[in-house]
Ligand binder design. Structure first.
Ligand code: SF4
Length: 529
């Protein structure tokens, strides 16, 4: 569905702000690929672009690929921006640049919806999801695209059902330049983990698209040139278990029909391990990775943060169960919790070793607005200004330096090349072997696909195997994969491992922020031009 009933034509420039170096965006892996330059196409802006009145010309610029130019701004009559808290500085910078051309600038998305006061310079704030506020914004711009005298705040009260969402305008994005394709089936999560802003922003009763929409989106992603991996960006893929079970047979059919062209990944709560009927279907649909917010292996800490659902099965058992369906677990971990003790870092490293999870995003606790954690810390007087040169806005119960030292040590040890490749070796033997044996399709045998693989192999062999300082460890792993003819496993593991090793090295000497949400080391990236 599109916005309707608007005759006047307006030219809209959608600009997605840059990310800076982050553990979860894999930029150290890009030079090993065949031309990847950014992480994932942004769902929100591409959705808005697709919802614009049909007669409104639209341009989309992802500043992770190239900056919006003078020519873009001169072409536009209004600018739309969207992003997350960590892109706040970059979003305000886009606004400043657009104002230099006297353009109206509107901001929507998760950050402004949680914190409208982060964005005092924007002309229009779109708070909430796609809905009546969106229609109102379009109507105002249709009537008069010039900058309003005062900031206008439009808040969605009546949301558009996700079953009426148009397919995001993937055709506007240069999808081949992204590390992963992205897709969204549901929004919201029934749980209420203390630190998480998802239930507050998107509700506890997940909203859904229809399976037919997802299949149409996959077709479109494919048409646009996405090959490889597609990530379901849903907050919790099993937030509505029945809906997940409804969707999976459609995914299985689509994969069979297309020859399993996509490897799928998603985020889900660890209690998915209790649902063999879901895991079996996910295996059949060729899901290969699940991101689980394990957060901490400490049961007391999980209880304190209201994440008891992580304990519905013993954590290590849950990880092994998921692995047994061929899916690698990626884990989110938080340090700096009130329940942390001086020995928490050691316990975490023991967990990394036992779980054999290769990729864990280890972050310092950060209080996000609109969360129970934020409210509690505000009551306790433990919320700090970000400008104080810290990587967290939380006054920890342990001394700050002790928490950061412990984080650095964990990064250094967990991502030492020998340890990391040993965990990947374990995954190759115990997880990847459980995956569906997919038939080789003509598409996979095509020259374009073979060429892609050869380029990546050449880059990996040269940049890691010849020039890399951990080449001995790499070759031990690589030769094992080559002997088994597992080229795909070799490429995928080596690329991710390279990013993790490089990022962790910078982190362990203080050159990276200890939180994905911290903006301490992110300001240097502004402006984009
Ligand atoms: S389960 Fe995940 S998405 Fe749901 S509230 Fe907890 S952290 Fe947020």
């Amino acid at each position: 569905m599109r916005a309707e009933g608007i005759e006047t034509v307006r030219r809209i420039l959608c600009v997605f702000p840059r990310y800076t170096s982050s553990f979860g965006t894999f930029e150290h892996a890009y030079p090993l690929t065949d031309g990847v330059q950014a992480f994932m196409p942004p769902q929100g802006l591409l959705l808005i672009a697709a919802y614009l009145p049909a007669n409104w010309p639209v341009r989309f610029v992802d500043e992770n690929l190239r900056p919006a130019t003078k020519e873009d701004f001169e072409w536009a009559e209004a600018v739309f921006v969207s992003g997350m808290h960590i892109q706040r500085q970059q979003m305000n910078d886009i606004c400043r640049r657009a104002h230099a051309f006297d353009l109206s600038v509107a901001i929507g998305g998760p950050s402004v919806s949680a914190c409208p006061d982060y964005y005092p310079s924007f002309d229009y704030l779109h708070v909430g999801e796609l809905g009546d506020a969106t229609n109102e914004l379009f109507a105002r711009l249709a009537q008069d695209p010039s900058r309003p005298e005062q900031q206008v705040v439009l808040t969605t009260k009546d949301r558009i059902a996700m079953t009426d969402f148009p397919i995001p305008a993937y055709e506007l994005a240069e999808v081949k330049k992204y590390f992963l394709g992205s897709i969204q089936y549901s929004s919201g999560c029934p749980y209420q983990c203390e630190f998480c802003d998802i239930p507050g922003l998107y509700g506890r009763n997940p909203r859904l698209k229809s399976p037919g929409q997802i299949i149409a989106e996959l077709d479109k992603l494919r048409e646009c040139g996405v090959t490889g991996s597609v990530y379901f960006v849903d907050d919790n893929f099993i937030g509505n278990r029945k809906a997940a079970l409804d969707l999976l047979p459609h995914l299985v059919e689509w994969q069979k029909k297309t020859g399993y062209v996509m490897r799928l990944a998603c985020e889900a709560t660890l209690n998915i391990a209790k649902r063999p009927e879901i895991l079996e279907k996910m295996r059949e649909a060729f899901f290969v990775t699940i991101f689980c917010g394990i957060e901490t292996p400490d049961p007391d800490a999980l209880k304190a943060m209201h994440k008891d659902h992580n304990m519905m099965v013993p954590i290590l058992e849950g990880v092994r169960t998921i692995n047994s369906y061929g899916m690698e677990v990626v884990s989110g971990i938080i340090m700096g919790l009130d329940t942390d003790k001086p020995e928490t870092g050691e316990a975490l490293l023991a967990f990394v070793e036992e779980s054999q999870i290769p990729l864990l995003t280890i972050n310092l606790l950060q209080a996000l607005p609109k969360t129970p954690l934020w409210d509690r810390l505000a009551r306790e007087g433990r919320l700090l200004e970000e400008e104080e040169g810290r990587d967290s806005n939380v006054a920890f119960l342990l001394p700050y330096d002790q928490v950061v030292d412990s984080w650095r040590k964990c990064m250094e040890v967990a991502y030492a090349p020998e340890k990391l490749f040993a965990r990947y070796q374990h995954q190759c033997e115990y997880t990847y072997t459980q995956r569906l044996k997919i038939p080789v399709t003509p598409e996979q045998k095509s020259w374009a696909n073979i060429k892609r693989g050869l380029i990546m192999l050449r880059n990996i062999f040269w940049k890691v195997g010849v020039l890399g300082d951990y080449r001995r460890v790499f070759w031990k792993f690589a030769l094992g994969r080559l002997r088994r003819g597992d080229i795909e496993g070799l490429i995928a593991s080596s690329m991710i491992a390279h990013h993790l090793i490089m990022f962790a090295r910078a982190a362990s000497v203080g050159q990276q922020s200890a939180s994905n949400y911290s903006i301490r080391l992110r300001e240097a990236s502004v402006p984009a031009e």
